[in-house]
Each structure stands twice: as C-alpha cells, then as structure tokens.
Design a protein around this ligand. Structure first.
Ligand SMILES: Cc1cc2nc3c(=O)[nH]c(=O)nc-3n(C[C@H](O)[C@H](O)[C@H](O)COP(=O)(O)O)c2cc1C
Length: 384
C-alpha cells in the first residue's frame, strides 16, 4: 500500500470521526427578502437545474471525497447509488492513487458501474497535472467514463502536511494545457480556502468551463491534518494545522460574491459549509449555479456498516438520499417564500448582505459590481 492510498483512508476516517468543520457560518450574513405575497403554488416549484448541459433533479452535487484505497470502494458505491437514484451529480476523490497504482482503479470505477446515467466528474490535483500530463488526465477520465474533470487546488493542506507538494509554480499553464487538449468540461475546484475574483478571472482566461469555489466554512482538510500530525508526532504540522486550519481562506459566500462580480459569466458551484436548503437558496440568489457538499453525505454513507464491509449498501444509500431530499424540501420552502418557481428565478431573488461579509465585499470593491449585475437582471441586492 503506497503513501497516497494510506493517506486517503486516514483522511476519510478522520473526517468521519473527528471535528473537522470550521466555525465560520458565512451564510448567517445573508438574508433573503421575504415575499408575503409569493403568488405561486409551492407544489409547482421545480428544482430541476441545468449545469454544463446536464440536467439535475436537485441543484445539489455530492462533492469529491473518496476512492484510492480498497476500503473506500464501499463508500463510493453508496454515494453513487444515492446520486443515481435521485438524478444528481457526483465527483470522485483524487484519482492520483490510481495513477500511482492501477490496483486502486476499482475503488473509482465502482462509481460509474453503479451510476451509469449520472453526471460524474473525475478528479486530479493541480500539481499532478505537471507530473502526469495530458495522458494522466485522459486516463482518469476514461477510468470512470467521466462527464467532466475537476482539477483541485489544495495548497493550504499541502503547506501543512510534512510531505506536502508545495511547488505550485506552473499550475495555471498546466490547467490551460488541459483545457486546450481535453474535450470534456474542465472544472477547477478549491477544497476549503475559496477562489478570489482574480484567480477566477485567470482560470476563465485559461479556458476552464466552471469554478467550484470550495470556500471556507465547511470541512477543513487542513484541520484534518492536525489529527494525522498528532498521531505521527509531527509537531510543526500540528502547529501549522492549528494556526491555519480553522479560519484561513475566503468563505464560500464571499467567494460566490467575487465570482458573481466578474465581468463575464462562468458557471459557479458553491461548496464548503452547504448544510441545508437555505444555504443553497442563499448561494444561488448570490449567483451560484449549483451547490455541492461532502461531509453531510459522508457520515450517512459510512453509517450502518464498517467501511470495509460490503453490506447494508442500500440502507446507507437511502440515508444519503434522505439527506438530499431534506435539503430539497428546505430549498422549496425558501423558494416559496421568495416567490421563485424555478432555480433560474432564484438567481433573481432579493438578497441582503450584512455584517462581516458585507464589510469584506465592500472593502474589496465587489458589492457595487454585484449590485449592478443584480440590477441588470431586474432583481435587487440590499445592504443592511
Ligand atoms: C473525506 C473528504 C475527502 C475529500 N477528498 C477530496 C479529494 O480527493 N479531492 C477534492 O477535490 N476534494 C476533496 N474533498 C473536499 C470536498 O470535495 C469539499 O470541497 C469540501 O469537503 C468542502 O465541502 P463540505 O464542507 O460540504 O465538506 C474531500 C472532503 C472530504 C470530507
């Protein structure tokens, strides 16, 4: 078993068992304006959402988590079953382990086997693009017959790991090369520290098809490193994890605001701390096209049996399904009370930004741009 595989299973267990969520509830700074006369029938609300030419029954995706160790196959199977039964998308975890050792391919392939009709995206870290080139990207896409590839950025976590890959030079060029060579959509995703206006602009220029903001406010993979560092007696890593793991980064909300302020339009996924349908409604009202979450689905997916056992797959998939359905019901209430019949209309809902989020967006000069965009679409944004 190589180091990448070992790290993947440790990370999965730590995230399922330990405290790895930051305490930044960025969505508390956003309010949707209540519409006392919604003039719609709640039962007619349609959650169907188009994203990159694919149709989703809910504006929700299961974010990249796992694969890469034999014991992760079951979790991927459970998640893929839930995605397929509900008609939502799903990402696999980094496929680096499978590029290093073909024995690990199975733990990723299971996703496409179980979810033949779902939107599934492949996953590779930006530093691996330099190592494996276009051929590596083609291999990971082919491995799961992916509909898109997500290139993840996780330099915060890498900077904390003792063995982290901290050579970030040349990643933008590598991303651009992938966009030019690969026919499938290329998504670039952060993994907990967010994407700023300027990074989003550069990614757009490089040719990426969509941005997953992966902002601060949910799971912190950097915080997960604290537990691994402690177990290994890696004192400096533990210290760095504590210093940076809990609040470094751009929140999901701020990141969505920054991407929405761009002078062009690019599909945006809000990820990081999306925990209920109201978070989804707020993200979409600020301009996100889709939302995704990881941790809320991990615990139910690993719930009934121990992660290595191939039993109770259906029962655990049902739990994940229930969680997504619950988010859908919450979202419908928010849509009803803002008079929105569709997720497209939700993008035009009136929204108020307060507190720290307002202060940050103002200081960075994005409030005016976002207001202008909202005004152009006929909706409003207010500051309180
Ligand atoms: C156990 C676990 C493993 C993850 N592994 C990956 C990965 O391999 N590649 C990736 O792009 N993101 C990975 N992520 C990050 C998630 O895709 C997501 O961006 C992040 O967890 C924030 O969402 P959340 O707050 O809903 O958990 C992982 C997250 C978790 C919880």
């Amino acid at each position: 078993m190589n180091q990448t595989s070992r790290r993947k299973i440790e990370q999965l267990r730590i995230c399922a068992e330990e405290e790895v969520e930051t305490r930044e509830d960025c969505f508390a700074d956003v309010k949707l304006v209540h519409v006392a006369l919604p003039e719609i029938d709640k039962d007619e609300i349609d959650l169907n959402t188009e994203f990159l030419g694919f149709s989703f029954n809910y504006p929700v995706m299961i974010a990249s988590m796992t694969g890469g160790h034999p014991a992760t196959k079951r979790t991927n199977k459970v998640l893929a079953k839930a995605a397929e039964s509900l008609g939502v998308g799903m990402g696999v975890g980094s496929q680096r382990a499978a590029l290093e050792s073909s024995e690990q391919e199975d733990s990723f392939r299971v996703v496409r086997d179980v979810a033949p009709n779902s939107f599934i995206y492949a996953n590779l870290g930006a530093p691996q693009l330099k190592e494996y080139g276009i051929e590596g990207v083609e291999r990971v896409i082919e491995m799961i017959d992916a509909d898109a590839i997500a290139i993840h950025l996780n330099f915060l976590q890498e900077a904390i790991q003792p063995e982290g890959n901290v050579d970030a030079s040349g990643c933008l060029t590598a991303i651009k090369d992938v966009c030019e060579a690969i026919k499938k959509p290329v998504i670039v995703k952060e993994t907990g520290a967010g994407i700023s206006y300027w990074v989003a602009k550069k990614l757009h220029e490089a040719g990426v098809s969509a941005i997953d903001v992966g902002g601060l406010g949910g799971t912190s993979l950097a915080a997960a490193e604290i537990y691994r560092a402690r177990a290994e007696g890696a004192e400096l890593s533990e210290h760095l994890g504590n210093l940076f793991g809990w609040d470094w980064g751009i929140t999901t909300l701020e990141s969505v605001v920054e991407c929405s302020a761009l002078p062009f339009s690019i599909p945006v996924i809000a990820t990081g701390g999306i925990r209920n349908g109201l978070d989804i409604a707020k993200s979409m009202a600020l301009g996100a096209d889709l939302c995704s979450a990881a941790l809320p689905f991990l615990k139910p997916a690993m719930g009934t049996a121990n992660a290595d056992a191939d039993t109770d797959i259906d029962a655990d998939a049902e739990k994940v399904t229930e969680k997504i359905k619950e988010m859908g019901e919450e979202l419908k209430v928010a849509m009803f009370l803002t008079g929105c019949k569709s997720t497209t209309e939700l993008k035009e809902a009136e929204v108020i930004i307060t507190g720290k989020a307002k202060e940050i967006a103002e200081q960075r000069g994005f409030i005016e741009r976002l207001k202008r965009k909202k005004r152009q679409s006929g909706s409003q944004m207010r500051l309180k």
